[in-house]
Design a protein around this ligand. Structure first.
Ligand code: GLN
Length: 396
């Protein structure tokens, strides 16, 4: 029988599809997949509708609609002060996930090594494998998830080509601090590495502002910054992403992009250009609302006996469930969706060394306050449900 090839077989089905299926089957409140249950802003929707009505229904330019490449460069310049030539230094993709695959396909030779930090977003190792690369995994330890110099240095070899970082970080919410960013810059400069910096949660920070990796000494010449519309404008289903970087690296990404999807949907690119030119107040209001959601969920989780690691950024909270005595994160999340009626993600899906995730669960707070409230109402019953579950498990 023919079937899934050997590079993809080890990855199985993504945890997001599985937990969404379980959430539906058990009529659970879904704090699993990081997808908002509210819509993005009207002015962006209107721009997409107008573009469709205006007949913008054909392929866009392969590298992106000029107006969107321009808006990406403008926004990047505004947030970082780095000047970008949109025609050579940007490319529009179908979400950041495609940009990551294109970067691996466009930049790696078979056998080249890519440094990943676990917990990692689950598409990273699959993207490396699809490009016949080899993932070298550095573990970040809870609860701080900081990058340690010795761990990073011991993962670098003569075959290392790329370091892939993510800040603000999914699933921990950690944001790289000055020391960590400088460490990455030192190692990348010394070892002549490319830095891929996944900054899709760049607008979701709650204490200090996000700072792009491209700003560190020597990194501008070797860093590709990846981001998207999905998180910053609550349109995860529009799948508009992009890469920004030195022309030679962007050319490699374009070389793959032209044969993976060729271009992202035209009317949504028109609307994305409008979105990126939103007034500052859009972004401050957005963050303010998210901070309220974060605080509401963190406090609620604490009240029902979980120990949240309050995130500095992103829209996820990892919480420790060790005191409830489950075997691991998968067992806890399965119990939670089936018996308590709340879906979360077992972060083991983001680890190669899954034992590090054993006592954790990831809750998404990109949800309406009434959804978060409904989840917290159900979670009140967690201590009692867990006691009951354990006693029946003992008898069985
Ligand atoms: N990035 C989202 C998350 O971490 C999920 C994206 C997906 O389902 N592919 O929840």
């Amino acid at each position: 029988m023919h079937g899934v090839n050997s590079s993809l077989r080890p990855f199985g089905a993504t945890i997001f599809a599985e937990m969404t299926r379980l959430a539906l089957a058990h009529d659970a409140v879904n704090l699993g997949q990081g997808a908002p249950d509210f819509d993005g802003p009207e002015f962006v929707k209107e721009a997409a509708i107008r573009a469709i009505r205006d007949g913008r229904g054909q392929y866009a330019r392969m590298t992106g609609l000029p107006e969107l490449n321009g808006a990406i460069a403008e926004r990047f310049e505004k947030t970082t002060g780095i000047e970008i030539a949109p025609e050579t230094q940007t490319v529009v993709t179908c979400g950041c996930t495609e940009a990551i695959v294109d970067a691996m396909l466009g930049l790696l030779e078979a056998g080249d090594e890519v440094i990943l930090f676990e917990p990692f977003y689950d598409s990273y190792p699959a993207a490396v494998a699809m490009a016949s690369g080899i993932a070298k995994v550095v573990t970040l330890q809870a609860p701080h998830f900081r990058i340690e110099e010795s761990a990073l240095r011991s993962a670098v070899t003569a075959r290392t080509k790329i370091i892939l970082v993510n800040t603000p970080h999914n699933p921990s919410g950690h944001m790289l601090d000055d020391d960590e960013r400088q460490l990455i810059a030192r190692v990348a400069n010394e070892c002549n590495l490319i830095v891929l910096s996944d900054e899709v949660y760049e607008e979701l920070y709650y204490a200090k502002p996000h700072r792009s990796l491209a700003l560190e000494d020597g990194l501008r010449e070797r860093t590709v910054v990846l981001s998207s519309l999905g998180k910053s404008f609550s349109f995860t289903g529009w799948k508009i992403g992009w890469a920004i970087g030195p022309a030679a690296l962007v050319a490699a990404i374009r070389a793959a992009h032209q044969f993976t999807t060729f271009c992202a949907p035209t009317p949504l690119q028109v609307a994305a250009a409008t979105a990126l030119r939103a007034p500052d107040s859009y972004f401050t209001d957005f963050r303010c609302e998210y901070k309220r959601k974060r605080d509401l969920l963190a406090e609620g989780l604490r009240q029902c006996g979980l120990a949240p690691i309050v995130p500095e950024g992103s829209y996820f909270i990892l919480a420790d469930h060790e005191r409830f005595g489950f075997q691991d994160d998968f067992a806890f999340c399965r119990f939670l969706v089936e018996k308590v009626g709340v879906a979360a993600i077992p972060p083991g899906a983001f680890y190669k060394n899954k034992q590090h995730a054993r006592t954790l669960a990831r809750f998404a707070f990109c949800k309406r306050e009434d959804t978060l409230g409904a989840a917290l109402d159900r979670l009140q019953r967690l201590p009692e449900c867990a006691r009951h579950y354990r006693s029946t498990a003992r008898e069985a």
